[in-house]
Design a protein around this ligand. Structure first.
Ligand SMILES: [Zn+2]
Length: 255
């Protein structure tokens, strides 16, 4: 399945309709009251989900996502400071736009359906933790968010649910969304997960041996050429061959 509407993106196993996502972006969508079923868009890999989310986010933003050293997973660089380095390698990916005000005004949504099993504070806003329904050992962390009022512990969310906005920043670090994928040592029931995450804070997150961060790549789905682009490519190739042939023939006929 390709991300819609253009059908020109590949490597996206599941995408909500981009057209619909853009159209409803300012409409509050109710949180799902039930556990997602097969067919609700929960079958792809986590990386597929995040690539698709980035695609939709960029469409709704209307400007490119900031690509700078430091935003990617594992980086030791602070992307908002040329001279300072992170205390430890980056635990996820940072998503923002060149204009932090534009970033603040954009409604944020979830990458996948899931259950909220934790909400913790972070240095810019709040972090909401969502358990993946088909991979109950994995959790999405959406950090630095000014949370929507109806996001609370135990609720089910879908990709269409309104997560909130990027939190305002009073530091040198501009408003942005941080996304991490965390894996626990084994599958957890939602109750076990809620109990476990209640004891975790960002300052102690590296001390727990039951969780580890999973690498994520900040990349859009690969773009497949459109029919027009493919047509132009073939027209260019044929034109080139024709020119070379004509030149060769005229040279051969020259007395
Ligand atoms: Zn980050």
């Amino acid at each position: 399945m390709h991300c819609r509407p253009c059908e020109t993106w590949v490597d996206a196993r599941r995408c909500p309709s981009s057209v619909a996502a853009v159209a409803v972006q300012r409409v509050k969508v109710p949180i799902s009251a039930r556990e997602p079923m097969d067919g609700d868009g929960v079958g792809g890999t986590a990386q597929d989900a995040i690539s698709c989310w980035l695609h939709d986010f960029q469409l709704s933003a209307g400007e490119p996502i900031l690509q700078k050293a430091g935003v990617e997973y594992g980086s030791e660089v602070m992307w908002w400071s040329d001279s300072r380095r992170r205390k430890r390698p980056h635990e996820g990916i940072d998503i923002t736009l060149a204009d932090a005000c534009s970033m603040r005004s954009l409604p944020l949504r979830f990458a996948e359906p899931g259950r909220v099993v934790g909400i913790i504070d972070d240095f810019l806003g709040r972090t909401v933790i969502v358990q993946r329904p088909r991979h109950r050992e994995q959790f999405w962390l959406y950090a630095h968010v000014e949370l929507a009022d109806d996001i609370e512990l135990g609720c089910w969310v879908t990709e269409a649910s309104f997560l909130g906005h990027a939190a305002a920043s009073a530091t040198k670090c501009p408003s942005h969304l941080h996304i991490s994928l965390v894996e626990s040592a084994g599958v957890m029931s939602p109750t076990e997960a809620s109990d476990a995450w209640q004891r975790v804070t960002w300052s102690t997150i590296h001390e727990w041996d039951w969780l580890r961060f999973v690498p994520l790549t900040l990349q859009l789905p690969q773009r497949r050429p459109t029919h027009t682009e493919r047509g132009l490519w073939w027209a260019g190739l044929l034109g080139g061959v024709l020119l070379i042939t004509c030149a060769a023939v005229s040279r051969y006929r020259r007395p």
